[in-house]
Design a protein around this ligand. Structure first.
Ligand code: FVH
Length: 315
């Protein structure tokens, strides 16, 4: 029996015109609502990869450049949603998504919301989409617009919700940045996103405090910068070490830097801030939490790792 598929593949590979047509045909058409900084960056990656793309933005002028690059511009959210089976939304906030999609027919559509929101926002949008006959994925973008379409930059997107939608559209969703599926609970993409953004906020707070400390001295921020980056990288071990302790419930075995020592040492951080005329508003709350943990039961907690203080935060 003749293997026609092999013959066809050979023809396709040999003929660039046939190959281009086959590539375009293989690209999933999609619609993108929202052409802010992030939406525009996402759009460019799908256009560059050859995906037929329909776009809509509340302020129409922002679509002009993308139209010149090959995007179809829809005049309304309804027209945009009708154009494709896969709808990606990247607007400022959850409320904006609600108003843009209000009253639209989503029957049989695949809706992917990349707008930053809370876990509750993701779950509410999933239920809302299900009621309207759509499959749903929530996404949390870990990256900035300039990282989209640049794999070496390390950006990626957390996804959660419909595993079927994710499986079917994974290759399209991976065009702008890597895709990490974190489960069928539609709240979990936002949970992972916000957990990492919250940790980043603490990191930025610490770096800000460090720069303020050297502010009045003959020490350049440029000289401190590599030292900060190196030290924070070395201290990144705390993420894994704290996870081990939280899972085992053991905060005392093998402790090298015990809580009593750290609470005493924190006075030095506070006195240095006072000497340098720097507010402790950024680092103070974490030092207070360690003190609270020690004060609750000094005999039990003095020898602990400071991961024990994490247990106080769920109030
Ligand atoms: N930019 C970043 O660094 C990041 C990084 C990681 C994730 N985010 C999130 O992405 C969402 C969009 O962010 P963005 O950077 O595109 O934001 P803007 O440039 O401010 O554009 C906002 C777009 O949202 C449209 N919009 C706002 N409100 C409404 C509404 N009520 N109805 C319809 N559209 C709305 C806005 O339209 P316009 O002002 O141009 O008319 C823009 O298209 C966001 O969740 C980030 O947290 C960004």
């Amino acid at each position: 029996m003749t293997d026609t598929s092999t013959k066809h593949d050979a023809q396709t590979i040999a003929n660039p015109v046939v190959r281009a047509a086959a590539n375009a045909a293989a690209k999933t058409p999609l619609t993108l609502l929202g052409l802010g900084a992030m939406g525009t960056a996402l759009a460019r990656t799908w256009l560059a990869a050859g995906h037929p793309l329909t776009v809509w933005n509340r302020t129409p002028g922002k679509a002009a450049a993308l139209a010149a690059e090959g995007a179809l511009v829809a005049a309304s959210p309804a027209e945009a949603v009708a154009a494709s089976g896969l709808i990606v939304v990247c607007l400022l906030d959850h409320a904006g998504v609600g108003s843009a999609l209000e009253g639209l027919d989503l029957t049989g559509k695949d809706l992917v919301d990349l707008t930053t929101g809370t876990p509750a926002d993701g779950r509410a949008r999933a239920a809302w989409a299900r009621e309207r006959g759509a499959r749903f994925l929530d996404g949390g973008i870990m990256g900035t617009p300039s990282m989209m379409g640049t794999p070496a930059a390390g950006g990626y997107v957390f996804y959660s919700g419909s595993p079927d939608l994710f499986g079917e559209h994974r290759s399209t969703l991976e065009v702008p940045a890597g895709a990490r599926f974190v489960g069928s609970d539609p709240g979990h993409a936002a949970l992972h996103d916000v957990a990492l953004l919250s940790a980043m906020t603490g990191l930025f707070a610490g770096i800000s405090h460090a720069y303020a400390l050297i502010g009045g001295e003959d020490v350049s921020p440029k000289d401190l910068a590599p030292l900060l980056a190196e030290w924070l990288g070395a201290m990144g071990f705390f993420a894994g070490a704290a996870a081990e302790r939280l899972v085992s419930g053991d905060f005392t075995s093998g402790v090298e830097s015990n809580l009593a020592m750290q609470v005493t040492g924190s006075a030095t951080l506070l006195r240095t801030a006072a000497e340098q005329g720097v507010s402790t508003e950024l680092i103070g709350p974490y030092l207070d939490l360690m003190r609270e943990r020690l004060a609750a039961d000094p005999a039990a907690h003095a020898g602990e790792d400071n991961a024990g203080a994490i247990t106080l935060l769920r109030r």
